[in-house]
Each structure stands twice: as C-alpha cells, then as structure tokens.
Design a protein around this ligand. Structure first.
Ligand SMILES: Cc1cc2nc3c(=O)[nH]c(=O)nc-3n(C[C@H](O)[C@H](O)[C@H](O)COP(=O)(O)OP(=O)(O)OC[C@H]3O[C@@H](n4cnc5c(N)ncnc54)[C@H](O)[C@@H]3O)c2cc1C
Ligand code: FES
Length: 366
C-alpha cells in the first residue's frame, strides 16, 4: 500500500474513532450530571410517573395522558397550566411572576409549562382536571355564521364521547404547526358524541387562519378537554344575566341549550354586543327561544348600525345597554364571555347594580 492510499484508508477510521470517543464522553457526562437519571412525578400522593428525560412538567403530564389546560401551548402567556408543586419544582421563573398572586406563590402554585423536571417532584392537581382526555375527531360540518365567524362541528372518533358542563371549553391542536388554542364548546352538553365550536377569524392568527382557510370536511384533528371553571351553576335558582360579544356567544349557547332542555327553569336576560347587523348570528335561534319562554329575554345591541341595517333594536355600547336594562342584580348570577376589555367594562356595570362578586363567572378570550 503506498502512502497516498494509506492516508485515504486510515483518516476516515481515525475521524470515526474520535467521534465515537466524544459521544461516549458526552453520554458519560450526561449520566454523571443526572440528565438521564430516573426521576418521578408523584400526583396527588397516589399516582407515580417514572421520568427518564428532563422535560417540562406540562409535557411530561401530557405524554402520560394528563391534559392540563394550556391554551398558549406552553409559552407562558395564558397562565392556565397552574398546578401546586409540593416539592422539587425549583424557583419560580420570571415568566411565571405575572400569573401568580401572592397567595398562589405562598401555596407553591406554579405554571407547569415553566417547571423543568430535573429531580423527583410531587404535585397536586384538582381531580376535575384529570377528566380531560385527548380525542381524535373528524370535521363533519363547517358553516359560515358571519363573514368572519365559522361554526365547526367535530365527531369524536376515539374516544367516542366527551361529557362536559355547559360553558366549558376544549383545546384544538393545529396539525402541522402543533400549536394549541382554546375554544368554548357551543353545543348542547346532552350531545356527547360531537361538539360544535364557533371560531372567529383573527387577522394573521395562526389557529384561526388554519380553521378559516385550510380546514376541510373529513379532516382528522386532535382535541383535548373538557376544561375550565366557567360553567353554569346547576344547583342555583338565581336569575341569570348572560353577556357576550363576537364568538363569546359559544359557551352561552351551550348554557342556553342546557336550560332549554330543563324547560328554562330560571329567568334569563341575554345581552349580545355587536357593531352592525353583519356581526349578528343565531338571531333566529334566540328570538324563537324568547317566544317559547317568556322568562328568557334576548337583547342584541348594535354599537354602529348601518343605515341599510334598518335596526330597531337596542343601540349603543353593550355596557350602556346593560346599564339601562339590568335593574337590581344583588340576587343574580352573571355569565360573561368575550374580549378581556369587554368583560372588565361589563363587570364594572354589574357591580354598579350590586351583583355579588362570587356570582360573576367569565371566560376571557385572550
Ligand atoms: C378559555 C378560552 C376560550 C376561548 N373560546 C373561543 C371561542 O369560542 N371562539 C373563538 O373564536 N376564540 C376563542 N378563544 C380565543 C382563541 O383561543 C384564540 O386565542 C384565537 O382564536 C386566536 O388564535 P390564533 O392562533 O388565530 O391567533 P394568534 O396567532 O394566537 O394571535 C395573532 C395575533 O392576534 C392577537 N389576538 C389573539 N386573539 C385575539 C382576539 N380574540 N382578538 C383580537 N386579537 C387577537 C394576538 O395578540 C396576536 O397578536 C378562547 C380563548 C380562551 C382563553
Ligand atoms: S401553557 Fe400557557 S402559561 Fe403555561
């Protein structure tokens, strides 16, 4: 073998040898530093999950079929993924600070998407959260409700049914980009093999652009749920005020379906705020409901009606219309859904009418 051939033959072998040694050293260092040491996540003192790789608590729980609400998909912008960490979570990170009250910090509440599991960790989760499951669904109906709002109906394939409370929400995983977004369930809780979501297009929004421009009948998507503490208080007989704007109609529709099935046992006033007539939808459904049940009143209000709307209903901001039509609310419950700004402004009006804070329930679509 001449010198040229020997060099060509041995150099690749030497390089492979060096790479092999480096890899073994890295694996050894990782092992010594604890990167792949076995750890455990103990949930509510009784469920123990063994964990090999370091990952966020949210991901570890989700990989083990425990679906914590996580509307922002782990970016620390929704603050929904709170769990109580009894031991082993490390220090609160700056990203968590805005979402944790002083009391929550004292109670060791953490954002599970920001907790890295590097050691054994013990956590507490409300039992209701363990009800959420992952569902493979098929899109069986897509319908335009307005120029920027679509109704999408999903058939559950596996598992086949979801039980939810009227007002709760589900999370949709957008295929391809794998982002997660929360959508209130708009359908009747009595129907458990399908759900309807009402999705308003947000300009340049990732999930809503997918739903409005790419989603098709027959597509399979992943939905998790049910989630949320916003739901009808079924054991109460108080009068109800519902307030919604835009796609905030979704959970209120589910609540009203439920109440209708019970024969509308409570007095309900439903305020819906929109700009002009083109933003109204399901008007006929609620007008019919009001005809059927005199103790249900539907008050759609337009803030900027167009001349061609020929609108003879309430005109003005939803806060003003609410103020004028509410009366004493000291023994009423309120259910609000829509943008954070609208909800905050309406709560001020409700307070003016003496509502008790423990009787105000809302989901901010942020
Ligand atoms: C509990 C809960 C229930 C919800 N239920 C519904 C529902 O029933 N129907 C529904 O349509 N939405 C609902 N939302 C809002 C929904 O989860 C998404 O935030 C929304 O669809 C936008 O997602 P995106 O990926 O298209 O926008 P992103 O890509 O997340 O956002 C794009 C840009 O738009 C801004 N933006 C985000 N959301 C809005 C908004 N609503 N209005 C104006 N600007 C916005 C963002 O700040 C960002 O700058 C709910 C949210 C929560 C937390
Ligand atoms: S998932 Fe949104 S803050 Fe953690």
């Amino acid at each position: 073998m001449n010198l040229f051939l020997a060099v060509n033959y041995y150099i690749p072998l030497v390089i492979i040898g060096i790479l092999l040694v480096i890899t073994l050293l890295l694996i050894g260092a990782n092992f010594i530093l604890g990167g792949s040491k076995m750890k455990t996540v103990t949930i509510n003192k009784d469920t123990v999950i063994p964990v090999k790789d370091t990952d966020t608590l949210l991901n570890i729980l989700s990989n083990n079929k425990i679906f914590i609400p996580s509307a922002c998909g782990g970016k620390a912008t929704c603050g929904f993924c709170k769990v109580k960490v009894i031991s082993g979570g490390g220090d609160v990170k700056p990203m968590e600070e805005p979402f944790l009250s002083d009391q929550e910090k004292l109670d060791n509440v953490r954002l599970s998407c920001q907790v890295k599991v590097q050691d054994n960790i013990e956590i507490e989760i409300p039992v209701s959260m363990l009800d959420a499951q992952e569902y493979t669904c098929e899109v069986i109906n897509i319908k335009d409700l307005t120029y920027d709002i679509k109704l999408v109906q999903f058939q559950f394939i596996n598992p086949k049914t979801m039980s939810f409370k009227p007002g709760q929400y589900a999370q949709l995983r957008v295929p391809g980009i794998e982002i997660i977004r929360a959508y209130s369930i708009a359908s009747n809780p009595k129907v458990t093999d399908k759900i309807e979501l009402i999705i308003r297009m947000v300009p340049k929004g990732k999930a809503t652009t997918f739903v409005h421009k790419a989603l098709e009948l027959g597509d399979k998507v992943i939905v998790t749920g049910p989630y949320g503490n916003f739901y009808l208080q079924e054991d109460s007989d108080k009068d109800i005020v519902c307030i919604a704007g835009g796609s905030g109609k979704a959970p209120i529709r589910s609540i009203l379906h439920y109440l209708k099935d019970q024969g509308m046992p409570r007095n309900v006033k439903y305020f819906f705020g929109a700009r002009s007539k083109k933003d109204l939808y399901y008007t006929e459904e609620f007008v019919e409901l009001a005809k059927e049940y005199p103790n249900f009143e539907y008050i759609p209000a337009l803030s900027d009606p167009l001349p061609e709307d020929n609108w003879d209903g309430a005109i003005g901001l939803i806060t003003d219309v609410l103020d004028q039509n509410s009366g004493d609310l000291s023994d009423s419950e309120a259910y609000l859904c829509g943008s954070p700004g609208m909800i905050n402004a309406c709560i001020e009006v409700l307070n003016k009418h003496d509502i008790k804070s423990e009787n105000v329930f809302y989901d901010k679509f942020s």
